[in-house]
Ligand binder design. Structure first.
Ligand SMILES: NC(=O)c1ccc[n+]([C@@H]2O[C@H](COP(=O)([O-])OP(=O)(O)OC[C@H]3O[C@@H](n4cnc5c(N)ncnc54)[C@H](OP(=O)(O)O)[C@@H]3O)[C@@H](O)[C@H]2O)c1
Length: 282
């Protein structure tokens, strides 16, 4: 097995790998792919109750042969379980499915407008205090929700996992997270492939002898306090996405890639659960 390749990001005592393997939508060979990711050097696996992949992640971890202490596992509680009792039950169900005593990071997956945010955040903190999770955070929170969450949560939050890639501006959110000492974990980091044919991305890739996906991921993790959880079904893509720590984008390249934000492409916007997103300046 290869040693871990991703560098780590520190937040409130946590040391989280900057690149993880996303496991939403792994329709085929999920166990093999998770095991392959770990054997390739990934040390963070991102799952969720909602994805239905926790059992497969458990099998993949076992198949990889990695020691529990060497791996970071993130899972999430759905917005249907935002009430305290449901929340804690869901976290316990996740642990059972994952075959673990604790997860490294437990997230509130989506905001729930019908339950006071404080109730959910206190349940999240309780999960940490009961030892179900080492660290806690939120996902898909807006700026106002993030501020409230930080105020009402009795334990520090280490991340807001949100959609972020070169086609979607998140400057105000990133500044807010840094202000709270938190990590922005970028999901859909290659915009589900939409960025991969972009001429600006391809031109930068050519200069560095890297692929378009590697440039998109490098652009993310080169920004302070940004991590990313790409998903891929092809083994070569899985390996490639972790191989982003041996080159550096110049200031001009970072700027040119950042300028793509004016496209404002948002991929994950489920009408039944998405909040009213902040409008970020471009
Ligand atoms: N918190 C949330 O609400 C939330 C929402 C969405 C996603 N997520 C998390 O974020 C993860 C990633 O997001 P995502 O899967 O939606 O989008 P993504 O990672 O941006 O895109 C995945 C797609 O990009 C392609 N791809 C990845 N690396 C590639 C490479 N090196 N070369 C060519 N194509 C490549 C994959 O193709 P192949 O399959 O052909 O390799 C796949 O079709 C999810 O799995 C999940 O863990 C969280």
């Amino acid at each position: 097995m290869l040693p871990p390749k991703a560098s780590t990001i520190s937040a409130h005592g946590a040391s989280m790998p900057a690149i993880g393997f996303g496991t939403m939508l792994l329709p085929e060979r999920p166990v093999e792919l998770v095991a392959h990711a770990i054997k390739s050097g990934y040390r963070l696996i991102d799952t969720a109750r909602k994805y239905g992949t926790e059992e497969k992640v458990a099998e993949g971890i076992r198949a990889s042969g990695i020691a529990r202490k060497d791996l970071w596992v993130t899972t999430k509680v759905t917005e249907e379980n935002a009430r305290e009792a449901d929340f804690l039950k869901s976290a316990e169900t996740s642990l059972k499915a994952l075959g673990l005593d604790y997860v490294d990071l437990l997230l509130v997956h989506w905001p729930q407008p019908n339950v006071p945010l404080k109730e959910t955040l206190c349940a999240l903190a309780k999960a940490k205090r009961q030892g179900l999770a080492k660290h806690i955070g939120v996902s898909n929170y807006t700026l106002a929700m993030l501020d409230e969450a930080v105020k009402v949560c009795p334990e520090p939050l280490i991340t807001n996992q949100i959609e972020y890639h070169a086609y979607l501006p998140q400057d105000r959110m990133l500044a807010a997270l840094r202000g709270h000492g938190m990590i922005l974990t970028a999901y859909c980091p290659v915009a589900r492939g939409e960025l991969l044919g972009d001429p600006v991305v391809l031109a930068v890739a050519k200069v560095h002898g890297k692929t378009a996906a590697q440039v998109c991921l490098r652009w993310l993790i080169q920004q302070p306090m940004v991590a990313a959880v790409p998903r891929a079904l092809e083994e070569a893509h899985i390996e490639q996405n972790l191989d982003v720590f041996d080159f550096v984008l110049s200031d001009d390249e970072m700027k040119n890639l950042s300028a793509l934000r004016s496209k404002r492409v948002r991929i994950a916007d489920p009408p039944e659960r998405a909040p009213k997103w902040d409008v970020e300046p471009v």
